[in-house]
Design a protein around this ligand. Sequence first.
Ligand code: SF4
Length: 337
Amino acid sequence: MAEPNLNGPILEVHDLKVTFRTENGSVPAVDGIDFAVAPGQTLAIVGESGSGKSVSSSAVMGLLPSNADVTGEVLLDGRELNGLPNDELRKIRGNDIAMVFQDALSALNPYYSVGWQVAEAYRLHHDVSKKVARSRAVEMLDKVGIPDAARRADSYPHEFSGGMRQRVVIAMALVNDPRVLIADEPTTALDVTVQAQIMRLLDDVQDEFGTALILISHDLGVVAEVADDVLVMYAGRAAERGTVRDLFFRAAHPYSLGLLGAMPRVDVPPKPRLTTIPGTPPTPGSITTGCPFQPRCAYTHLVGERCITERPELTPRPGEGDHEAACHLGRRPEVIL
Ligand code: SF4
């Protein structure tokens, strides 16, 4: 885990909302979230699929389809990115902010060698010769742990294992020294040992380059390893926000507790069995009043009507610094994790 940087955030997102225009009307996917990340810091955005975490990161990158309406502020070093023309955004994408996706195969072109692809990513933002770009590509492939990088640069994606391909994608993302790296489920498609290697690699490059890392994940084990701060999302909204210790030792939102209850842990006494959260997440836009987690929540009876009639907003936890939860239950639910 990186030491949090005290020089202030490099990326700030305020009141981000994303709505998709569809044949069946407007469908809200993200409903007013805020987050920030500083150089050298890792923010994990956690939630089930459909929670809005990937849509949020694509909105930051300006990568949403044309039927998406995005409002709110996305500030990179104080510069507003939301609403920038595409050619301006292209200069920033891959250069100041880069992204690593889950599926390395679809991020790489099967017809070009990996070295060529990393070099081209460099040439997109630097006016250099092919020779200079190639040597930069080899340097990056070496840095991300591709053995014999000068020779393997001439290999094609299908000649690499899944873990090695993901290393190539990371080299491509880092080749321009981005200040912010967004990694969207970067290890989901990999086996456990390779997952650990890739996360260690991200941690190392972050230490070396001081990159701010936003990790999109549903895997709390990975989050516990690398994150400084955590944003838990549910149904397009923030359910809880705080440090990684806040989440793992003082979780206050029933949804966060449900996620933790479903995770095997070695730091607490063993439970007879892991728990699961009953039901499924709501379809976007289907819950317009009350708490979006209410249909699945085991604590509604402790609050009553308010859970159905009044939408809970993120509220600071007394005496817990910046730790916030969006739940009407003013105290931490009594649970055995
Ligand atoms: Fe559960 Fe009510 Fe809290 Fe929502 S506001 S998480 S329904 S207790």
